[in-house]
Design a protein around this ligand. Sequence first.
Ligand code: PHE
Length: 369
Amino acid sequence: MENLDSLKNEILSKINASTDLKVLDDIRVSVLGKKGQITEMMKGLGALPLEEKIALGKGLNILKSEVENAIEAQKIILEDKALNEKLTTETIDVTLPIRPETQGRIHPVSKIYEEVVAIFGEMGFDVANGPDIEDQFHNFNALNMPGNHPARQMQDTFYLNNDPTKPFDMDTAYVIRTHTSGMQIRTMEKQQPPIRIIAPGRTYRSDYDATHTPMFHQVEGLVIDKNITMAHLKGCLYDFMKAFFELDEIPVRYRPSYFPFTEPSAEMDIGCLKTKTELKIGAGTDWLEVLGCGMVHPNVLKAGGINPDEYQGFAFGLGIDRLAMLKYGIPDLRTFFESDVRWLKHYGFTPLDLSSMTGGLSNNGGLAR
Ligand code: PHE
């Protein structure tokens, strides 16, 4: 029993002297582990005469629980010490600005707009901006659509009464532009060829269903120079579509069409395909109309003050919202303009993903979802 006392003192002083948790655990194993000092002594009890067995057994049990308690107490001290060390060494500066974990999202229309500008910018196009409220000269007349022209009925126009002191006059009324094509004229008025611009912006028509909203977005394109041909138009738009859908090849076709301001006119369709986001555009062997285009009509060049015998050009108008629906698989156009933050969180993009031709357009999973 005396031996037990000195053993106890020896063990307890080791425990109290331990300076880290690892050392403390080593002590525990060496004393209480399977082959530990106390464990071995307990194993040896069986060989002793009964009385000694009882006395020593009791002593060992007491020793064991004292050691356990001492280890537990020391463990708490050492854990506190470790935590304090961590707190003093791993400081954080709470005055630093917060991480750029943004809540806001970029609307798909803005994203597509940036992508379109990046692609045409790379091809050498400038971006032109013009008014939403337009006069009929720029929106219609100069585009080879005089007042009696039947094509005016092709677009359900919102007219504005520009002088509230007088009765509404259909001939002089302003319109909210039905397309961005007026920018062709505004550009020619300001600039001599060579011209290479895109003009993105809001457009308005009286229309409302899953694929039409009264306000929608277009990008007008205009190229004017000497010796511009339909082949330039086709090459330019084909390259655009490949870059936009981030594909090496893309089935396209041009269908003859009619616009008063282009001759000949065409509509461009793209074939069923898979985009980078694994979204299927179209179904089966379907073709989808994506834009209207053509060679600028001589009357339009004249209206813009450009000599059609010297210069030719091509123009196109594509729907941004339509492209967003296709590229990012958004089924209903009306939801674009409902300002539902849950929708935006799902379909929107993080502001840190910038679209560029070198850095990637949609940045492969740039989708915030
Ligand atoms: N302005 C036409 C539309 O809105 C599209 C277009 C633009 C067609 C330029 C030809 C050339 O439907």
